[in-house]
Design a protein around this ligand. Structure first.
Ligand code: G4P
Length: 526
């Protein structure tokens, strides 16, 4: 197959949701449809049910599985589909944000009972920053949920995105009859169906008496009324609007009952974008370019506890990636090659000889990679759009075993490179401040420092609530600000200066009093 056909086959996306909406179930059903797994239950949920370290550690024990499920690949309808897994727990939201930088589109799962939840809003903000095309799957229609029109309004209001239903539910909960495909005029009849993948689909005109016979006169009348309403409220669905990230097509179904999945998957194969172009510090890179480029968006450490190996997940952006070939590691300015690059199936990983744009390869790493690193065939540029966001909790790392200070230093900086948390260094004394979005990350760091690096530490709370990256056109003004506020200035992992603000009010005052200094809430800015 030619390079271009390989490229056009690829669809790389992530499923995002608030925990418990049904992301894991949907992933599994997509894999079943794709023939990548044979039985339900093969995909281990990587979610952490409670805010408990033990759950995380349990998952760590099964690291082999969780690494394999970081990327899941299958073929369906002539496409090669790469699903990038995202952690469901909110304390690991940063990991999800970064994964979103490596996808070309997203499927958002909503629980029809709960509607739009907090985590969904934050994830969608990240999608909107990049105009990522989004398909919405409203799940759990076998439950008594919100009115579908209300749900669509809620999606539009809370997520600031326009929506357009593609399928429409006929009743819900215990009276759920199925979904009607608005563009293809067919009815998919619902059955409680936990294991089978069969669909009971019939082409049926909206005004056909057969519809009344099959779903009942009342539900058929309601459907006709709903469709009329949909046609007045919503514009016709245009693929271009979806691809531009300005309209999200909506599907209804029940993942646990394998219902509505085929419609979703078929439409996804038809409309979702092939690998898209990506921005770098120098120019836009097109996937069709002959020369290979890619970037690291995720790092997994210590797959094998006997070694200090890590796996760096690299998204291929252009050209063909080849096993054993030398590539330029732009940040380190050195040539590197990989003799055993991996690709991931549902429950296994295989060494591959080549990869194409859209693919994700796992590269063994002995400490060369940081998140955001770029590989090229020699061109000096790095992919942009992989920012850090301001953490919400800040704590200083206090060494509790003076004999192990080297191990602690190394552990802390390696965990920061992996993206487990953000590291800020303050003077005097090279004090290490760790910033996270959740409590759980601190527990994980403490545990991993002890078990993987033999270093013990405790954390001391710091009163900061926001980290702002600071810049100024006038370097003297910036230096003066940093000198005056030295107690609140730290350097991030790339040595960029950051102002640590205790409250929003303090931040506002500092902005007002220092108009020549710019404060940025993410690490990337123009
Ligand atoms: P997540 O990855 O988004 O966190 O959600 P997950 O798929 O684990 O689903 C959360 C719960 O919702 C699970 O139940 C799952 O079975 C259930 N669920 C998923 N899809 C549907 C659906 O279409 N209808 C209904 N009624 N429930 C659905 P659980 O009790 O937490 O786990 P389990 O013991 O059933 O696996």
């Amino acid at each position: 197959m030619s390079f271009i056909s390989e490229l056009k086959k690829r669809r790389t996306f992530a499923i995002i949701s608030h925990p418990d909406a049904g992301k894991t179930t949907l992933t599994e059903k997509l894999l079943l449809f794709g023939g990548a797994i044979q039985t339900a239950g093969a995909v281990k949920s990587n979610k952490i049910k409670k805010t408990a370290t033990s759950d995380f550690m349990e998952i760590e024990k099964q690291r082999g599985i969780s690494v394999a499920t970081s990327v899941m690949t299958f073929e369906y309808g002539g496409r090669k589909i790469n699903i990038l897994d995202t952690p469901g727990h909110k304390d690991f939201a940063e990991d999800t944000y970064r994964t979103l930088t490596a996808v070309d589109s997203v499927i958002l799962v909503i629980d029809c009972v709960k509607g739009v939840e907090e985590q969904t809003e934050r994830l969608m903000e990240v999608c909107r920053m990049r105009d990522t095309p989004v398909i919405v799957f409203v799940n759990k229609m076998d439950r008594e949920g919100k009115d579908p029109f209300d749900l669509l309004d809620e999606l539009e209001q809370k997520l600031s995105i326009k929506v357009r239903p593609i399928t429409w539910p006929v009743n819900m909960g215990s009276d759920f009859k199925g979904v009607y495909h608005l563009l293809e005029n067919r009815m998919n009849y619902f059955k409680v169906n936990k294991t089978k993948l069969e669909d009971d689909v019939k082409e049926i005109a909206l005004d056909s008496p057969e519809l009344d016979a099959s779903v009942g006169v009342k539900d058929a009348a309601q459907l006709r009324e709903d469709v009329e309403m949909i046609e007045t409220i919503y514009d016709d669905f245009k693929e271009a609007d979806y691809l531009a990230g300005s309209i999200a097509p909506v599907f209804f179904g029940s993942a646990v009952n394998s219902f509505g999945i085929k419609e979703l998957l078929d439409s996804f194969c038809n409309i979702s974008p092939e690998p898209i172009s990506r921005n770098t510090s120098v120019r836009l890179v097109e996937p069709t370019e002959n020369k290979f480029t890619g970037f690291v968006f995720k790092i997994h450490a210590n797959i094998d506890p006997r070694h200090r190996d890590r796996i760096a997940f690299l998204r291929i952006c252009s050209g063909k990636f080849e096993r054993g070939k030398f590539y330029k590691h732009v940040r380190l300015g050195k040539d590197v090659r990989f003799s055993n690059p991996y690709m991931f199936m549902a429950d296994s990983k295989n060494v591959v000889d080549e990869g194409f744009p859209g693919d994700v390869v796992g590269l063994y790493d002995t400490g060369n990679f940081k998140i955001g690193d770029t590989l090229t065939e020699g061109e000096l540029m790095f992919f942009t759009g992989i920012p850090s966001f301001s953490p919400e909790l800040f704590r200083e790392v206090i060494n509790t075993d003076p004999l192990k200070s080297k191990q602690l230093e190394k552990g802390v900086s390696q965990l920061a490179e992996e993206g487990v948390a953000q590291l800020f260094t303050m003077q005097p004394g090279n004090r290490k401040i760790i910033g996270t979005v959740g409590e759980l990350q601190f527990e994980v760091i403490q545990h991993r420092l002890l078990h993987e690096y033999g270093a013990s530490c405790r954390f001391e709370s710091k009163p900061y609530s926001k980290a702002c990256w600071i810049t100024s056109k006038d370097s003297e003004k910036l230096n003066e600000f940093m000198r005056l506020k030295s107690n609140f200035i730290a350097l991030d992992k790339d040595d960029n200066p950051v102002f640590l603000a205790e409250t929003d009010w303090i931040l506002r005052m500092n902005k007002e009093n220092n108009p020549e200094v710019e404060f940025h809430t993410t690490s990337e800015f123009n």
